[in-house]
Design a protein around this ligand. Structure first.
Ligand code: GLN
Length: 232
């Protein structure tokens, strides 16, 4: 990665949700890309977890882990509504694996059974948890990801897939599961989600693309203070 790229990212301030799961790996990756990272966790200082506190960030990452646990802790620790507001006003949010599940509008189990668990509903899509079956519990592959590049290293760990997407969603990559191909990387506005874990690889391209969205959002915020204050 060129030095200028890291310098360009050095002014960006990204929050990584650090309630449970693989948040350190996202932190390391974003820092390697040059961004400043704050771990969002239990409100030690309540002012930092209000919507206003989160809105000061340029983007938020929701890591992999156990989506039921992360969702429950988001609620318990008062982050849930603030995260929804951030996504709705246009702040970039990137969810990997459990993060993808938490961003979707609906969630189902491996057999298509509807699951009722806390989730943010910022992506017009239905996530199917643990969708690749026991034999494929974990696997790695290389994917062509639209807008990001070819040969993206993709690590899947008890991964979800996207069983259904609304037309507003842009599908960035597919993977075959059984006889069909399913979306495993999607984008809707500045909300980005992957079934896989780019943070567990040496490939920075996904995080770089996310930081581009963060830069775009920061410029938009700077140009329109009103836009930040009048969200609903
Ligand atoms: N299987 C987990 C869940 O359903 C997700 C796994 C992961 O994030 N690596 O929440």
């Amino acid at each position: 990665m060129s030095r200028s790229c890291e310098e360009r990212n050095s002014t960006l301030h990204v929050g990584v949700l650090a309630l449970q799961g693989a948040f350190r790996e996202h932190r390391t990756m974003l820092e390697r890309c040059g961004a400043e990272v704050t771990e969002i966790r239990r409100p030690l200082d309540p002012a930092d977890t209000t919507t206003a506190g989160l809105m000061a960030l340029d983007g938020i990452v929701i890591p992999g882990g156990e989506s039921t646990v992360i969702g429950k802790l988001m609620k318990e620790w008062g982050l849930f509504d603030a995260l929804i507001t951030c996504g709705k006003v246009g702040m970039p949010i990137y969810g990997s694996c459990a993060g993808l599940i938490l961003l979707c509008r609906d969630i189902e189990g491996p057999e298509g059974e509807r699951l009722d668990q806390p989730h943010l509903g910022l992506l017009d899509a239905r996530a199917r948890r643990n969708a690749f079956g026991r034999q494929l519990d974990s696997f790695e592959t290389k994917l062509e990801v639209k807008g990001i590049g070819p040969d993206i290293e993709a690590v899947f760990i008890r991964a979800p897939l996207i069983a259904e997407v609304a037309p507003a969603m842009e599908v960035l990559a597919f993977v075959a599961a059984g006889p069909k191909e399913y979306p495993v990387a999607v984008r809707q506005g500045r909300v980005l989600a992957t079934s896989f874990h780019p943070e567990l690889t040496e490939d920075r391209r996904f995080h770089e693309a996310f930081l581009e969205l963060c830069r775009e959002w920061r410029e938009e915020k700077a140009g329109s203070v009103e836009g930040c204050l009048h969200f609903s």
